[in-house]
Design a protein around this ligand. Structure first.
Ligand SMILES: Cc1cc2nc3c(=O)[nH]c(=O)nc-3n(C[C@H](O)[C@H](O)[C@H](O)COP(=O)(O)OP(=O)(O)OC[C@H]3O[C@@H](n4cnc5c(N)ncnc54)[C@H](O)[C@@H]3O)c2cc1C
Length: 363
């Protein structure tokens, strides 16, 4: 029992088949799929405005369009791939066509799509606990409970649903990003590896006349994200790539420890960052969040229709089949990157760590 409240005395706010915690790409993908299958879905988010603030470099591979519609209004520009730099020298150019999104517009679109499919969306509602009786939520300081047969935790790395499943805290990278003006438009993203970015890297994703310029560090290996970003900004200014004015600042945490060991238990499933479904090196998480959301949503439909909660046990294997290899290799390579940090010659280490190089794919 929680010291602040007794669950059985809380008012019941709603009852339904599925409650989805978090209206990011993972939650909206889950809610859209489940609601389209005809079951009742409530999606809640602690934010007032879905998609804001943007905490993302906003890149997705073109293949995302096979998973979910990407309306033109969500796309800022197309990029052809990325140029990799080690020690500030260009060493590779890799074709990986993708979009740089307007991530706020995209997240809003995904949430609206879920609502059009029949899901209810409740904003300014924070899940504070998940218990057998349902999800305890706080709205404007008031506690209530939402009862549901199935609970989906898609509320990011600090998931209350994961806590309820006894999952350990995730290992996180810390990222800082600025949006700046480009001196010249670019068709290729830029990725920089340097000892200045311990356990991580720096990026530039062009967005028409602007660019998202950021760094992500594994702080267990040292460094300071703000200092590293400042150095990177100065470098790009000196090279004449960007101008001085900063339009926006953001940052956030990125799971880098690989998938949680448990992503489903009883009537609970974890999706997206909550499940650790983020590539441990690139930090790419939108694509797996959307794919896992579709899997979780459709298993929820089957489970409710057949009255069989055990159907949810298929969730981990289905995720593994769709993107397990992508995350597993990233997890292994991240482990090697960390263990050998400062010990192996830097460019040899990066070549094993980053998918621009054949060494990344060697077993
Ligand atoms: C700086 C940075 C750059 C990145 N760049 C990229 C990139 O270019 N490409 C890419 O693919 N990935 C990128 N990522 C990772 C990507 O943003 C995430 O993997 C992705 O957002 C995961 O989606 P999600 O739905 O699981 O979580 P989120 O998008 O974090 O959504 C979670 C939602 O849950 C809500 N929430 C949280 N806690 C609660 C609660 N207790 N109750 C109710 N609601 C709650 C939040 O308000 C939020 O709306 C980046 C991450 C960072 C930090």
């Amino acid at each position: 029992m929680n010291a602040e409240y007794r669950i059985d005395e809380l008012p019941i706010l709603a009852k339904g088949d599925v409650v989805v915690i978090g209206a990011g790409p993972a939650g909206s993908s889950t809610a859209a799929t489940a609601a389209a299958g005809g079951i009742s879905v409530l999606m809640l988010d602690r934010k007032e405005h879905i998609g804001l603030p943007v905490q993302c470099a906003e890149y997705v591979p073109l293949s995302i369009a096979a998973e979910v519609p990407v309306p033109a209004a969500c796309i800022a520009q197309r990029v052809e791939g990325f140029v990799t730099y080690i020690h500030w020298e260009q060493v590779a150019q890799t074709r990986a066509p993708g979009y740089v999104l307007h991530r706020d517009v995209f997240d809003r679109y995904l949430a609206e799509r879920a609502v059009h499919s029949g899901a209810k969306l409740l904003t300014k509602a924070q899940a504070v606990a998940v218990a057998d009786q349902g999800v305890v939520i706080k709205e404007q300081g008031k506690l209530s409970i939402v009862k549901a047969n199935i609970v989906i935790g898609s509320e990011g790395p600090k998931s209350v649903a994961a806590q309820a499943m006894g999952c350990s805290l995730q290992t996180l990278a810390y990222a800082k990003q600025i949006t700046v003006k480009l001196r010249k438009r670019l068709q290729w993203a830029q990725i920089y590896f340097s000892p200045s970015f311990p356990g991580g890297y720096a990026w530039l994703f062009p967005k028409n006349d602007l660019a998202n310029v950021g760094v992500s560090l594994d702080l267990s290996l040292g460094g300071n994200a703000a200092t590293a970003l400042g150095e990177f900004q100065q470098y790009l200014m000196k090279e004449g790539v960007i101008s001085e004015e900063v339009i926006r600042r953001t940052g956030g945490t990125i799971p880098i420890g690989g998938p949680q060991l448990k992503i489903q238990e009883k009537n609970l499933m974890l999706v997206g960052d909550a499940a650790g479904h983020t590539h441990p090196i690139s930090g790419e998480g939108i694509f797996p969040a959307i794919v896992a959301g579709k899997i979780a949503g459709s298993l929820a439909v089957d489970s409710i229709r057949r009255g069989d909660i055990d159907i949810l046990k298929q969730y981990p294997l289905q995720c593994l089949t769709r993107f397990g290899e992508f995350l597993k290799r990233g997890f292994e390579r991240k482990g090697e990157y960390s263990i050998n940090w400062g010990k192996t010659e830097f460019s040899v280490l990066v070549r094993k760590t980053w998918f621009a190089f054949p060494e990344y794919f060697e077993s």
